[in-house]
Design a binder for this molecule. Sequence first.
Ligand SMILES: [Zn+2]
Length: 248
Amino acid sequence: MRTGARLALAGAGAAGFAFYHAQIPTSQLYGRTICRAPEAGRRIALTYDDGPNPRHTETLMRVLDRHGARATFFLIGRWAEREPGLAREVQAAGHAVGNHTWSHPTLALCSAARVQEELRRCLEAVEAAGMAFSQVDGAALMRPPWGRRRPGTLRAVRAAGYAPVLWSVTGWDWLKRQTGEKIARRCIGARDGDIILLHDGTHTEPAGDRAASVAATDEILRRLTAEGYRFVTVPELMGQGGPASESR
Ligand SMILES: [Zn+2]
């Protein structure tokens, strides 16, 4: 009985431990992922998931432009297929783009074959729009939905030629009743080499409301550029000049 209880506890502990590392964006236990680059100096990477969004992505790009910022967009394949012109605009504006799967499943619950199918279908949508994913060290950028992964997920992702990108600062902009100010407050503590997670879309509808995330972006950029921070793409943060890096 006592042994059984101990075993049950040990099991719960191990499950809790595994859950923690499957969920925490900066955990490296399940394999190295890009989540920040402390050696990047006074540079920060803003990242936006779940677009392209016909309702907000263009406005967001205007805000970024106004502050001389470049960002990284993790596109959902089925939204990119609906909005190929908008997806092209994002890349043409000098932002980096990465794969955020075709339909936004929890990859940690998918077989390796399903993981690769999700990545492949998103890639096809982006290629059909005449684009290619941005790269770090020859691997294309991808972000697992919700940051959830396990060792098998990352193996399948890497075998398909992708570098998983997580984040170090969370805007929590998907919670209910957010304002730009609330979201910005969680992000303005970002420092050298941080990667900030925000959203320009939602995975449930193609034109979800992200007005608060756009407003937060303006405030984050206003505050942190005044402190001397530059906002760059993930490849630039990792020391790999993108098209917009050295020419600006
Ligand atoms: Zn997402």
